[in-house]
Design a protein around this ligand. Structure first.
Ligand SMILES: [Zn+2]
Length: 368
């Protein structure tokens, strides 16, 4: 089983004073502390402190927010309200599309092929090698230097993997709850390696102070590489049906979150708490921050996947631009940067055909 090099983690952590007390105990038994520490290292360096007065809320909107403790939360809400109509519009088009094709999620995550540990690692590395040496080398380093630790009890409440950056070392670790090797678990490691690549290629060298908008774009590189993997499984005939199941399952990660985002944002009385938890006037609860960061991530990833299929170099260029400009760009800028017409992006014109095709293939296969 892939286990991180505990001794190196200790020595990495020894580099900070706060880490010292944790490193002295058997912290792999207390993984959450370790995550918190690393998260904290990220937070302290990346958090942008802006005065509340600078936030553009109307009085009514401010009134609807009953509690906050964290500046990040204000940044997030500011983004939500500034882009409320765009988010709702994407949601409406996806709802209409989903109804028109009777979209069905096939969460058959045991369908993707199983691999030996060696083949699992080879699969991930050969996938990343399709993007060129730079990407391959970062992915390989995480395996070679034992920076991937699987079989954790938990990482965060709703994810199976977690990239823990160590900013002062320009590197990090991947922690995951996976315990076996198949296409699904490979996609999860590929996702986390996407975060590692983002950090090592863009965030660390540029000393990016990620602000309000960029936080919303956190999941774009990770999901872009993840969705690319589904296309790779299909196009290289490694596991066509497994790739289709995974791709269909992630399409649900665009359609369903945007449905809930739209539902939540219709409500003028929506109460939003710290960490983006929201409660509507009828008592319904939403994890708005999760829905929005992943919804946006997968929506962009599916768009970028259409670019990559026809032009891999253009895909890398667009991804590169998005990651480089994230600090300065608005949501509209980000859409424009993909090269898709704004309206076509909002309506999902270019991502619908493949989603429909995957859904039809699986319906035929499983429903006859
Ligand atoms: Zn992620």
């Amino acid at each position: 089983m892939l286990k991180a090099d505990e001794q190196r983690i200790v020595s990495d952590l020894m580099l900070t004073k706060e880490a010292f007390s944790i490193a002295s105990s058997n912290f792999l038994q207390r993984e959450q502390n370790y995550f918190d520490l690393l998260n904290c290292s990220l937070g302290v360096n990346f958090k942008k402190i802006i005065p509340v007065d600078d936030i553009y809320f109307t009085d009514k909107q401010k009134k609807s927010i009953i509690k906050y403790t964290d500046q990040e939360y204000w940044d997030f809400m500011n983004f939500v309200y500034q882009n409320k109509e765009t988010l709702k519009s994407i949601g409406k088009h996806l709802d209409d599309f989903s109804n028109s094709i009777d979209f069905t999620n096939f969460p058959y995550l045991n369908v993707p092929r199983r691999y030996s540990e060696k083949d699992f690692i080879d699969l991930i590395l050969s996938y990343y090698s399709t993007y060129g040496d730079k990407y391959y080398k970062i992915a390989k380093k995480y395996f070679d230097e034992k920076r991937i630790h699987i079989g954790c009890d938990r990482v965060q409440s709703f994810v199976m993997g977690y990239f823990a950056p160590i900013i002062w070392l320009h590197s990090g670790y991947i922690f995951s709850t996976i315990t076996d090797y198949n296409g699904y678990t490979a996609s999860s490691i590929i996702h986390e390696l996407g975060h590692a690549i983002d950090a090592e290629m863009y965030l660390f060298p540029q000393q990016k102070k990620v602000n309000i908008y960029s936080n919303m774009f956190t999941e774009i590189p990770s999901t872009a590489f993840e969705v690319g993997f589904y296309d790779y499984l299909k196009s290289q005939h490694i596991d066509v049906i497994g790739g289709t199941v995974l791709r269909n399952n992630r399409a649900a990660n665009i359609i369903f979150p945007f449905h809930r985002i739209r539902e939540a944002l219709v409500d003028e009385e929506l109460l939003i708490y710290e960490n983006g938890a929201a409660v509507s006037s009828n008592g319904k609860q939403y994890n708005l921050k999760k829905e929005i960061t992943y919804g946006i991530g997968y929506d962009f990833a599916y768009h970028l996947s259409e670019i990559r299929k026809s032009n891999p170099q253009e895909f890398l260029k667009v991804l590169n631009n998005l990651m480089t400009m994230r600090k300065e760009m608005t949501f509209d800028d980000a859409i424009e940067m993909t090269g898709f017409n704004y309206e076509d992006f909002i309506t999902g014109k270019y991502i619908k055909p493949t989603i429909k095709e995957d859904c039809l293939t699986l319906k035929k296969r499983y429903f006859g």
